[in-house]
Design a protein around this ligand. Structure first.
Ligand SMILES: [Mn+2]
Length: 436
Protein backbone atom coordinates (compact mmCIF):
# COMPACT_ATOMS: atom_id res chain seq x y z
CA UNK A 1 0.00 0.00 0.00
CA UNK A 2 1.36 3.40 -0.90
CA UNK A 3 0.89 6.35 1.38
CA UNK A 4 0.37 9.85 0.09
CA UNK A 5 2.47 12.84 1.12
CA UNK A 6 -0.41 14.16 3.26
CA UNK A 7 -0.69 10.87 5.20
CA UNK A 8 2.99 10.91 6.09
CA UNK A 9 2.80 14.37 7.66
CA UNK A 10 3.06 14.31 11.45
CA UNK A 11 0.42 17.01 12.11
CA UNK A 12 -3.12 16.41 10.82
CA UNK A 13 -3.85 18.68 7.85
CA UNK A 14 -7.43 19.14 9.09
CA UNK A 15 -6.19 20.70 12.32
CA UNK A 16 -4.02 23.23 10.48
CA UNK A 17 -6.94 24.12 8.24
CA UNK A 18 -9.37 24.53 11.13
CA UNK A 19 -6.98 26.75 13.10
CA UNK A 20 -6.22 28.82 9.98
CA UNK A 21 -9.91 29.29 9.22
CA UNK A 22 -10.43 30.80 12.67
CA UNK A 23 -7.68 33.36 12.03
CA UNK A 24 -8.06 34.05 8.30
CA UNK A 25 -10.50 36.97 8.63
CA UNK A 26 -8.36 38.98 11.01
CA UNK A 27 -5.24 38.26 8.97
CA UNK A 28 -6.90 39.50 5.80
CA UNK A 29 -7.85 42.80 7.40
CA UNK A 30 -4.40 43.27 8.94
CA UNK A 31 -2.68 42.40 5.67
CA UNK A 32 -4.79 44.89 3.73
CA UNK A 33 -4.11 47.61 6.30
CA UNK A 34 -0.35 46.99 6.17
CA UNK A 35 -0.54 46.94 2.37
CA UNK A 36 -2.12 50.41 2.39
CA UNK A 37 0.50 51.73 4.81
CA UNK A 38 3.39 50.36 2.75
CA UNK A 39 1.85 51.63 -0.50
CA UNK A 40 1.94 55.17 0.91
CA UNK A 41 5.73 54.72 1.11
CA UNK A 42 5.89 53.34 -2.42
CA UNK A 43 6.28 49.69 -1.37
CA UNK A 44 4.25 46.93 -3.01
CA UNK A 45 3.34 44.45 -0.26
CA UNK A 46 2.82 41.67 -2.81
CA UNK A 47 6.40 42.08 -4.05
CA UNK A 48 7.70 41.91 -0.48
CA UNK A 49 5.59 38.82 0.17
CA UNK A 50 6.98 37.12 -2.94
CA UNK A 51 10.55 37.72 -1.75
CA UNK A 52 9.79 36.49 1.76
CA UNK A 53 8.17 33.35 0.37
CA UNK A 54 11.50 32.36 -1.21
CA UNK A 55 13.40 32.60 2.07
CA UNK A 56 14.40 29.42 3.89
CA UNK A 57 16.52 28.71 6.94
CA UNK A 58 17.78 25.20 7.70
CA UNK A 59 17.23 23.42 10.99
CA UNK A 60 20.07 21.58 12.78
CA UNK A 61 19.27 17.95 13.58
CA UNK A 62 20.81 18.40 17.02
CA UNK A 63 18.49 21.32 17.76
CA UNK A 64 15.37 19.17 18.16
CA UNK A 65 16.81 17.46 21.22
CA UNK A 66 17.28 19.22 24.53
CA UNK A 67 20.76 20.70 24.63
CA UNK A 68 22.69 21.02 27.83
CA UNK A 69 25.16 23.20 29.61
CA UNK A 70 28.58 22.48 31.02
CA UNK A 71 26.77 21.52 34.22
CA UNK A 72 23.85 19.29 33.33
CA UNK A 73 21.23 18.27 30.86
CA UNK A 74 17.54 18.17 31.72
CA UNK A 75 15.85 16.12 28.99
CA UNK A 76 12.29 16.95 28.05
CA UNK A 77 9.49 14.47 27.32
CA UNK A 78 9.36 12.66 24.00
CA UNK A 79 12.94 13.43 22.98
CA UNK A 80 14.08 12.07 19.61
CA UNK A 81 15.94 8.78 19.99
CA UNK A 82 17.79 8.80 16.68
CA UNK A 83 18.10 10.61 13.37
CA UNK A 84 14.76 9.20 12.21
CA UNK A 85 12.92 10.76 15.16
CA UNK A 86 14.88 13.96 14.61
CA UNK A 87 13.74 14.09 11.00
CA UNK A 88 10.14 13.62 12.05
CA UNK A 89 10.43 16.53 14.51
CA UNK A 90 12.02 18.65 11.76
CA UNK A 91 9.06 17.60 9.60
CA UNK A 92 6.68 19.07 12.18
CA UNK A 93 8.56 22.37 12.16
CA UNK A 94 8.56 22.54 8.37
CA UNK A 95 4.92 21.50 8.12
CA UNK A 96 3.83 24.43 10.30
CA UNK A 97 6.27 27.24 9.40
CA UNK A 98 7.12 26.31 5.78
CA UNK A 99 10.47 28.08 5.70
CA UNK A 100 12.64 25.32 7.20
CA UNK A 101 12.80 22.63 4.52
CA UNK A 102 16.55 22.09 4.98
CA UNK A 103 18.01 19.86 7.69
CA UNK A 104 21.66 19.90 8.65
CA UNK A 105 23.10 16.61 9.93
CA UNK A 106 26.00 16.21 12.33
CA UNK A 107 28.35 13.23 12.17
CA UNK A 108 28.90 10.81 13.78
CA UNK A 109 25.76 11.66 15.80
CA UNK A 110 23.47 11.13 12.78
CA UNK A 111 25.41 8.36 11.06
CA UNK A 112 23.35 5.64 9.32
CA UNK A 113 24.25 2.74 7.03
CA UNK A 114 21.96 3.78 4.21
CA UNK A 115 22.09 7.51 3.42
CA UNK A 116 20.12 7.13 0.19
CA UNK A 117 17.22 5.74 2.23
CA UNK A 118 17.56 8.60 4.71
CA UNK A 119 17.35 11.04 1.84
CA UNK A 120 14.05 9.43 0.77
CA UNK A 121 12.82 9.49 4.35
CA UNK A 122 13.47 13.22 4.48
CA UNK A 123 11.74 13.78 1.14
CA UNK A 124 8.62 12.05 2.50
CA UNK A 125 8.52 14.76 5.17
CA UNK A 126 9.15 17.58 2.69
CA UNK A 127 12.78 17.90 3.81
CA UNK A 128 16.11 18.06 2.01
CA UNK A 129 19.62 17.98 3.42
CA UNK A 130 21.61 21.13 3.95
CA UNK A 131 25.32 21.32 4.85
CA UNK A 132 26.77 18.33 6.71
CA UNK A 133 28.78 18.95 9.86
CA UNK A 134 31.88 17.07 10.95
CA UNK A 135 32.62 16.48 14.61
CA UNK A 136 36.20 16.23 15.78
CA UNK A 137 35.55 17.96 19.09
CA UNK A 138 34.73 14.80 20.98
CA UNK A 139 35.99 11.22 21.01
CA UNK A 140 34.03 8.27 19.75
CA UNK A 141 33.62 5.48 22.28
CA UNK A 142 36.53 3.09 21.89
CA UNK A 143 38.49 5.30 19.48
CA UNK A 144 42.21 4.57 19.53
CA UNK A 145 43.18 8.23 19.17
CA UNK A 146 41.87 11.18 21.15
CA UNK A 147 40.95 14.72 20.17
CA UNK A 148 41.54 15.93 23.73
CA UNK A 149 44.45 18.06 22.55
CA UNK A 150 43.15 18.87 19.09
CA UNK A 151 42.07 17.31 15.82
CA UNK A 152 42.97 18.93 12.50
CA UNK A 153 45.77 20.83 14.26
CA UNK A 154 46.92 18.12 16.68
CA UNK A 155 50.67 17.86 17.16
CA UNK A 156 50.47 14.14 16.30
CA UNK A 157 50.16 13.55 12.53
CA UNK A 158 48.25 10.29 13.03
CA UNK A 159 45.55 12.08 14.99
CA UNK A 160 45.39 14.78 12.35
CA UNK A 161 45.00 12.09 9.69
CA UNK A 162 42.08 10.53 11.61
CA UNK A 163 40.36 13.91 11.80
CA UNK A 164 40.87 14.46 8.07
CA UNK A 165 39.50 10.98 7.31
CA UNK A 166 36.36 11.73 9.31
CA UNK A 167 35.77 14.90 7.29
CA UNK A 168 36.21 12.97 4.05
CA UNK A 169 33.65 10.40 5.26
CA UNK A 170 31.23 13.26 6.01
CA UNK A 171 31.60 14.52 2.44
CA UNK A 172 30.87 11.01 1.09
CA UNK A 173 27.74 10.77 3.27
CA UNK A 174 26.70 14.25 2.21
CA UNK A 175 26.99 13.34 -1.46
CA UNK A 176 24.42 10.59 -0.98
CA UNK A 177 22.16 12.94 0.97
CA UNK A 178 22.22 15.61 -1.73
CA UNK A 179 24.12 18.08 0.45
CA UNK A 180 26.44 20.56 -1.22
CA UNK A 181 28.53 21.84 1.66
CA UNK A 182 30.47 20.74 4.69
CA UNK A 183 30.74 22.94 7.76
CA UNK A 184 33.99 22.51 9.64
CA UNK A 185 34.20 23.76 13.19
CA UNK A 186 37.03 22.49 15.35
CA UNK A 187 37.38 22.84 19.10
CA UNK A 188 41.17 22.97 18.74
CA UNK A 189 42.93 25.52 20.86
CA UNK A 190 44.60 25.93 24.21
CA UNK A 191 43.62 26.74 27.75
CA UNK A 192 46.96 28.06 28.95
CA UNK A 193 49.47 30.56 27.59
CA UNK A 194 52.37 28.67 26.07
CA UNK A 195 50.38 25.44 25.66
CA UNK A 196 50.14 25.75 21.90
CA UNK A 197 52.37 27.38 19.31
CA UNK A 198 50.06 29.87 17.57
CA UNK A 199 51.73 29.98 14.17
CA UNK A 200 52.53 26.28 13.89
CA UNK A 201 49.02 25.19 14.91
CA UNK A 202 47.51 27.44 12.23
CA UNK A 203 49.93 26.03 9.67
CA UNK A 204 48.82 22.52 10.65
CA UNK A 205 45.20 23.63 10.23
CA UNK A 206 45.89 24.84 6.70
CA UNK A 207 47.61 21.57 5.77
CA UNK A 208 44.74 19.45 7.13
CA UNK A 209 42.05 21.70 5.68
CA UNK A 210 43.75 21.48 2.30
CA UNK A 211 43.18 17.72 2.26
CA UNK A 212 39.46 18.24 2.97
CA UNK A 213 39.21 21.04 0.43
CA UNK A 214 40.80 18.88 -2.26
CA UNK A 215 38.14 16.19 -1.69
CA UNK A 216 35.23 18.59 -2.30
CA UNK A 217 33.09 17.79 -5.35
CA UNK A 218 33.05 20.56 -7.96
CA UNK A 219 29.68 21.96 -6.82
CA UNK A 220 30.46 21.81 -3.09
CA UNK A 221 31.57 24.46 -0.65
CA UNK A 222 33.49 24.28 2.60
CA UNK A 223 32.22 26.52 5.38
CA UNK A 224 34.83 27.48 7.93
CA UNK A 225 33.25 28.32 11.29
CA UNK A 226 35.26 30.36 13.74
CA UNK A 227 34.66 30.64 17.45
CA UNK A 228 36.16 32.95 20.05
CA UNK A 229 36.47 30.45 22.90
CA UNK A 230 35.15 27.13 24.22
CA UNK A 231 36.07 24.41 24.76
CA UNK A 232 39.51 26.04 24.80
CA UNK A 233 39.59 28.93 27.23
CA UNK A 234 42.76 30.76 26.22
CA UNK A 235 43.07 30.51 22.45
CA UNK A 236 41.35 28.75 19.58
CA UNK A 237 43.03 28.06 16.26
CA UNK A 238 40.19 29.53 14.17
CA UNK A 239 39.25 32.16 16.70
CA UNK A 240 37.87 35.03 14.67
CA UNK A 241 36.77 36.09 11.22
CA UNK A 242 40.32 37.18 10.44
CA UNK A 243 41.70 33.67 10.95
CA UNK A 244 38.71 32.25 9.09
CA UNK A 245 39.25 34.61 6.15
CA UNK A 246 42.98 33.86 6.02
CA UNK A 247 42.20 30.15 5.85
CA UNK A 248 39.44 30.58 3.25
CA UNK A 249 41.61 32.78 1.04
CA UNK A 250 44.53 30.37 1.31
CA UNK A 251 42.42 27.32 0.46
CA UNK A 252 40.60 28.70 -2.57
CA UNK A 253 37.24 29.79 -4.02
CA UNK A 254 35.21 26.90 -2.56
CA UNK A 255 36.20 27.81 1.01
CA UNK A 256 34.03 30.44 2.69
CA UNK A 257 33.59 31.96 6.14
CA UNK A 258 30.57 31.05 8.23
CA UNK A 259 29.24 33.49 10.81
CA UNK A 260 27.69 32.00 13.94
CA UNK A 261 26.17 34.94 15.78
CA UNK A 262 27.22 33.54 19.16
CA UNK A 263 30.88 33.05 18.30
CA UNK A 264 32.10 36.59 18.86
CA UNK A 265 33.08 38.77 21.78
CA UNK A 266 29.96 40.40 23.30
CA UNK A 267 30.56 43.89 21.94
CA UNK A 268 31.73 42.95 18.45
CA UNK A 269 29.88 44.56 15.54
CA UNK A 270 28.73 41.45 13.68
CA UNK A 271 26.91 43.27 10.89
CA UNK A 272 30.17 45.02 10.03
CA UNK A 273 31.96 41.66 9.83
CA UNK A 274 29.17 40.47 7.54
CA UNK A 275 29.69 43.48 5.29
CA UNK A 276 33.46 42.86 5.15
CA UNK A 277 32.99 39.20 4.23
CA UNK A 278 30.48 40.13 1.55
CA UNK A 279 32.92 42.73 0.25
CA UNK A 280 35.59 40.11 -0.38
CA UNK A 281 33.18 37.45 -1.67
CA UNK A 282 33.81 35.10 1.24
CA UNK A 283 30.55 35.03 3.20
CA UNK A 284 29.41 31.40 3.53
CA UNK A 285 26.29 32.08 5.52
CA UNK A 286 25.01 31.97 9.07
CA UNK A 287 24.30 30.00 12.15
CA UNK A 288 21.55 32.04 13.76
CA UNK A 289 21.03 32.20 17.51
CA UNK A 290 21.16 34.87 20.17
CA UNK A 291 23.20 35.55 23.25
CA UNK A 292 23.73 37.84 26.19
CA UNK A 293 27.18 36.80 27.40
CA UNK A 294 28.93 34.33 25.13
CA UNK A 295 27.99 31.37 22.99
CA UNK A 296 24.64 31.13 24.74
CA UNK A 297 22.79 29.54 21.80
CA UNK A 298 19.52 31.21 22.76
CA UNK A 299 16.58 31.53 20.38
CA UNK A 300 17.18 33.85 17.42
CA UNK A 301 16.06 37.39 18.09
CA UNK A 302 15.24 36.70 21.74
CA UNK A 303 17.85 39.12 23.12
CA UNK A 304 18.95 41.45 20.31
CA UNK A 305 16.33 41.50 17.55
CA UNK A 306 17.69 44.79 16.22
CA UNK A 307 21.11 43.23 15.64
CA UNK A 308 19.49 40.42 13.68
CA UNK A 309 17.69 43.03 11.58
CA UNK A 310 20.95 44.93 11.00
CA UNK A 311 22.58 41.73 9.73
CA UNK A 312 19.71 41.26 7.28
CA UNK A 313 19.99 44.90 6.30
CA UNK A 314 23.51 44.13 5.04
CA UNK A 315 22.27 41.02 3.21
CA UNK A 316 19.41 42.77 1.44
CA UNK A 317 21.77 45.59 0.52
CA UNK A 318 24.28 43.09 -0.95
CA UNK A 319 21.54 41.36 -2.93
CA UNK A 320 20.45 44.70 -4.35
CA UNK A 321 24.02 45.47 -5.39
CA UNK A 322 24.42 41.94 -6.83
CA UNK A 323 27.62 41.53 -4.83
CA UNK A 324 29.99 39.02 -6.45
CA UNK A 325 29.75 35.51 -5.04
CA UNK A 326 26.90 36.47 -2.72
CA UNK A 327 24.82 33.36 -1.99
CA UNK A 328 24.62 32.90 1.78
CA UNK A 329 23.35 29.73 3.45
CA UNK A 330 21.04 30.19 6.41
CA UNK A 331 20.76 27.88 9.36
CA UNK A 332 19.65 27.96 12.98
CA UNK A 333 22.19 26.77 15.55
CA UNK A 334 20.63 26.90 18.98
CA UNK A 335 20.61 24.89 22.18
CA UNK A 336 17.26 24.52 23.89
CA UNK A 337 17.41 23.86 27.59
CA UNK A 338 14.23 25.27 29.09
CA UNK A 339 11.80 25.22 26.15
CA UNK A 340 10.30 22.58 23.87
CA UNK A 341 12.91 22.51 21.07
CA UNK A 342 10.23 22.24 18.36
CA UNK A 343 8.52 25.39 19.66
CA UNK A 344 11.82 27.29 19.87
CA UNK A 345 12.87 26.26 16.36
CA UNK A 346 9.48 27.15 14.85
CA UNK A 347 9.47 30.59 16.42
CA UNK A 348 13.15 31.14 15.60
CA UNK A 349 12.64 30.23 11.95
CA UNK A 350 9.76 32.69 11.82
CA UNK A 351 11.83 35.34 13.60
CA UNK A 352 14.68 35.10 11.10
CA UNK A 353 12.15 35.25 8.26
CA UNK A 354 10.60 38.33 9.92
CA UNK A 355 13.99 40.07 10.10
CA UNK A 356 14.43 39.47 6.40
CA UNK A 357 10.97 40.92 5.69
CA UNK A 358 11.78 44.01 7.78
CA UNK A 359 15.08 44.52 5.96
CA UNK A 360 13.24 44.39 2.62
CA UNK A 361 11.25 47.45 3.76
CA UNK A 362 14.29 49.72 4.15
CA UNK A 363 14.03 52.69 1.81
CA UNK A 364 17.47 52.19 0.24
CA UNK A 365 17.38 55.19 -2.07
CA UNK A 366 16.60 57.43 0.92
CA UNK A 367 19.29 55.74 3.01
CA UNK A 368 21.88 56.24 0.25
CA UNK A 369 20.97 59.93 0.05
CA UNK A 370 21.11 60.44 3.83
CA UNK A 371 24.49 58.71 3.98
CA UNK A 372 25.87 60.85 1.18
CA UNK A 373 24.57 63.99 2.88
CA UNK A 374 25.97 62.88 6.26
CA UNK A 375 22.50 63.12 7.80
CA UNK A 376 23.15 60.65 10.60
CA UNK A 377 19.79 61.13 12.25
CA UNK A 378 17.65 60.54 9.18
CA UNK A 379 19.87 57.66 8.05
CA UNK A 380 19.42 55.81 11.29
CA UNK A 381 15.70 56.68 11.34
CA UNK A 382 15.36 55.10 7.92
CA UNK A 383 16.54 51.80 9.36
CA UNK A 384 14.41 52.19 12.48
CA UNK A 385 11.28 52.83 10.42
CA UNK A 386 11.67 49.45 8.71
CA UNK A 387 12.54 47.64 11.94
CA UNK A 388 9.55 49.09 13.76
CA UNK A 389 7.09 47.99 11.07
CA UNK A 390 5.05 45.02 12.22
CA UNK A 391 5.44 42.61 9.32
CA UNK A 392 3.49 39.81 11.02
CA UNK A 393 0.71 39.88 8.40
CA UNK A 394 3.30 39.29 5.64
CA UNK A 395 5.01 36.30 7.24
CA UNK A 396 1.67 34.86 8.34
CA UNK A 397 0.29 35.18 4.84
CA UNK A 398 3.42 33.54 3.39
CA UNK A 399 2.94 30.58 5.73
CA UNK A 400 -0.76 30.34 4.96
CA UNK A 401 -0.25 30.37 1.21
CA UNK A 402 2.48 27.70 1.51
CA UNK A 403 0.12 25.40 3.41
CA UNK A 404 1.52 26.14 6.88
CA UNK A 405 -0.10 27.60 9.97
CA UNK A 406 -0.94 31.26 10.55
CA UNK A 407 -0.11 30.57 14.22
CA UNK A 408 2.31 27.60 14.29
CA UNK A 409 2.61 27.56 18.07
CA UNK A 410 -1.14 27.37 18.63
CA UNK A 411 -1.50 24.51 16.14
CA UNK A 412 1.46 22.64 17.59
CA UNK A 413 0.11 22.86 21.12
CA UNK A 414 -3.38 21.90 19.99
CA UNK A 415 -1.99 18.88 18.12
CA UNK A 416 -0.70 17.16 21.26
CA UNK A 417 2.36 16.05 19.26
CA UNK A 418 4.76 16.23 22.20
CA UNK A 419 2.36 14.27 24.42
CA UNK A 420 2.07 11.55 21.78
CA UNK A 421 5.85 11.38 21.38
CA UNK A 422 6.29 11.12 25.16
CA UNK A 423 4.18 7.95 25.03
CA UNK A 424 6.10 6.45 22.11
CA UNK A 425 9.64 7.53 22.91
CA UNK A 426 11.20 6.40 26.20
CA UNK A 427 12.57 9.06 28.51
CA UNK A 428 16.19 9.80 27.64
CA UNK A 429 19.01 9.99 30.12
CA UNK A 430 19.74 13.24 31.88
CA UNK A 431 23.23 12.09 32.67
CA UNK A 432 26.20 13.73 31.07
CA UNK A 433 26.50 17.42 30.55
CA UNK A 434 28.12 19.04 27.61
CA UNK A 435 27.29 21.59 25.02
CA UNK A 436 25.95 19.88 21.95
MN1 LIG B 1 27.47 27.07 14.90
Amino acid sequence: MTTSFIETQPIAAGLIEAENTRRAGVLEREYDLLGEKLARGGIDIEAVKREVSKFTVAVPSWGVGTGGTRFARFPGPGEPRDVHDKLQDCGVIQQLVRCTSGVSLHFPWDWVDDFAALRDEGAQLGLHFDAVNSNTFQDRPGAALSYKFGSLTHTDPTTRAAAIEHNLACIEAGKQLGSQAITVWIGDGSSFPGQQHFRRSFERYLQSARRIYDALPADWRMYIEHKLFEPAFYSTVIQDWGSSLLAAQTLGPKALCLVDLGHHAPTVNIELIVARLIGCGKLAGFHFNDSKYGDDDLDSGSIQPYRLFLVFNELVDAARDRAAGFDPAYMLDQSHNVTDPIESLMLSGATVQRSYAQALLVDRAALDAYQDANDALMATQTLKAAFETDVSPIVQRVRLEAGGAIDPLAVYRASGYRRRMAEIRPKSSGLGGGIV
